[in-house]
Every structure is written in structure tokens, then in C-alpha cells.
Design a binder for this molecule. Structure first.
Ligand SMILES: NC(=O)c1ccc[n+]([C@@H]2O[C@H](COP(=O)([O-])OP(=O)(O)OC[C@H]3O[C@@H](n4cnc5c(N)ncnc54)[C@H](OP(=O)(O)O)[C@@H]3O)[C@@H](O)[C@H]2O)c1
Length: 224
């Protein structure tokens, strides 16, 4: 039985990750912003990626070392070029800033806050998005989401390098196009299928591949 921590676990892919690890017999700690009941998991509410105090307080609320931590929480709004050129410009930049705060700074904030819980052999993963891939960007648009996910990829590759001496692996993940609230229910795969793929990619990560690969949940590799 492994001790698993899922950040952003009350719905969508995060909730499916909890269910997947519970089904494997692991002990799961599930963080949420609001109170929630998640069968099989120890729920730790009041964790907001924008609130550093709530991130720094998390290790004190978890009584065991963590073997696998997945930073899943994220937000999506869409700002396209016309939004940046027209009367909505101020609002559009505010939404870009919000996504940077939650999707890029938030994962770095919580990852560094929970380092005291991690040990040699622990696995730390982030659910990013292929929208953050520079090499895969053929369509433009979605400025805030794309910039924030590219930034979080860099943050976690940086962590991979810096955590080599501590023997902690980093897995950077794209879950696929998944049917959740974030996509308005559209998508190619269910959260359950996406979560199974994410679990497999995290399990397969070694010190040799740590931070070296941008994984699609289906096992394909994506350009950075
Ligand atoms: N669905 C897709 O097709 C897709 C594709 C690529 C990448 N992703 C990524 O996959 C991850 C999960 O997405 P999803 O589709 O499952 O989205 P979702 O259903 O909208 O769930 C988002 C989760 O993030 C939490 N969250 C949002 N802001 C937060 C904050 N400031 N602090 C802590 N938690 C916060 C939400 O909690 P609340 O309930 O409190 O809001 C919720 O648990 C995200 O990082 C997303 O960018 C999704």
C-alpha cells in the first residue's frame, strides 16, 4: 500500500485519480478547496493553490510520508487575440494573470511546500496540458492557458533537475481531451480512462526519464 496525495481531487480528473488509486489499494489523501466527501480517501479541504499559507500548512496535516503526489488542479479560460485588442482587454489580461497564478505558480507553490513529505523514491507529477507545448502549437489562441501550462512544464523540468540529489522523480503529463467540467463535458475519453493512463505513466517514470518526457496519458510523447 502506497501513500498517495492528489491535489484538486473533488471532481473531474482529480476525482478519477483518487478512485484509481483507491481501487489499487493505496491510501489516498485528497485535497479540495471546499468541504467534500470522497469515498475511500482522507479529505483535506481548504487547500487553495493561490493561498501559500494553505499550501505550507498541508504537510502538518498529513501524518505519513508520501510516495506519490499528483498536482492536478487547474483552470481554463479562453483569451484569443481579438480579446487582447478590443474593449475586453483589461478583463482578458486579468484572466491570463489568474491562470498563471493557479496553473503555473500554484503547482510550484504546492510542490515545494510538500517536499518535507517526500523521500528518496517518491514520485511527484503534474497534470499539465499539451496546450502548453511550444512544438505542438499549430492553432494559436488561449493565451493564458497556453502560457501557464508552458510555464508549469518549465517549473517541473527545473524541479526534476534540482531533485536528482534527493532521488525524487518528476512526471509531466497531458491527460488527453477529457470529459470534465473544464471542457464543458466534451472530450475523447472519460476521466476514468485518463486517470488509468496517468497512473501508468507515473509508475513507469524512473530517475533516467524524470523530467525528460512530456507524456500523453495514452503513452505517446509530446514535444515540449
Ligand atoms: N479535461 C481536459 O480535457 C484536460 C486537458 C488537458 C489538461 N487538463 C488539466 O487537467 C487538470 C484537471 O482538469 P479537469 O478537466 O479535471 O478540470 P475540472 O473538472 O474543472 O476540475 C478542476 C479541479 O481543479 C480545482 N481547482 C481549481 N482552482 C483551484 C485552486 N485555486 N486551488 C485548488 N484547486 C483548484 C477544482 O476545484 P473546485 O471544485 O474547488 O473548483 C477542481 O477540483 C487541470 O490541470 C487541467 O488543466 C484537462
Amino acid at each position: 500500500m502506497r501513500n498517495v496525495l492528489i491535489i484538486g481531487a473533488n471532481r473531474g480528473i482529480g476525482r478519477a485519480l483518487v478512485d484509481a488509486y483507491v481501487a489499487l489499494g493505496d491510501r489516498v489523501f485528497a485535497t479540495t478547496r471546499s468541504p467534500a466527501d470522497i469515498p475511500g480517501a482522507v479529505v483535506l479541504d481548504g487547500l487553495d493553490l493561490k493561498d501559500d499559507a494553505s499550501c505550507l500548512a498541508l504537510p502538518g496535516r498529513i501524518p505519513v510520508p508520501i510516495d506519490i503526489a499528483v498536482v492536478n488542479a487547474g483552470v481554463l479560460t479562453r483569451e484569443h487575440l481579438p480579446d487582447l485588442l478590443g474593449p475586453d482587454r483589461t478583463d482578458a489580461f486579468a484572466r491570463i494573470q489568474e491562470q498563471l497564478e493557479v496553473n503555473a505558480l500554484g503547482p510550484l507553490r504546492i510542490a515545494t511546500a510538500i517536499l518535507p513529505l517526500l523521500h528518496e523514491g517518491s514520485r511527484l507529477a503534474v497534470v499539465s496540458s499539451r496546450r502548453g507545448s511550444v512544438g505542438d502549437n499549430t492553432s494559436g489562441g488561449s493565451y493564458g492557458y497556453r502560457i501557464s501550462k508552458a510555464a508549469v512544464n518549465m517549473a517541473f523540468v527545473n524541479l526534476a533537475r534540482d531533485l536528482v540529489p534527493r532521488g525524487i522523480t518528476i512526471t509531466v503529463l497531458h491527460p488527453g481531451f477529457v470529459q470534465t467540467d473544464l471542457t464543458g463535458g466534451r472530450g475523447d475519453v472519460s476521466p476514468r480512462i485518463a486517470a488509468e493512463g496517468l497512473v501508468a505513466r507515473i509508475d513507469a517514470t524512473t530517475m533516467e526519464t524524470s523530467g525528460q518526457v512530456f507524456w500523453h496519458a495514452n503513452g505517446e510523447t509530446l514535444p515540449w
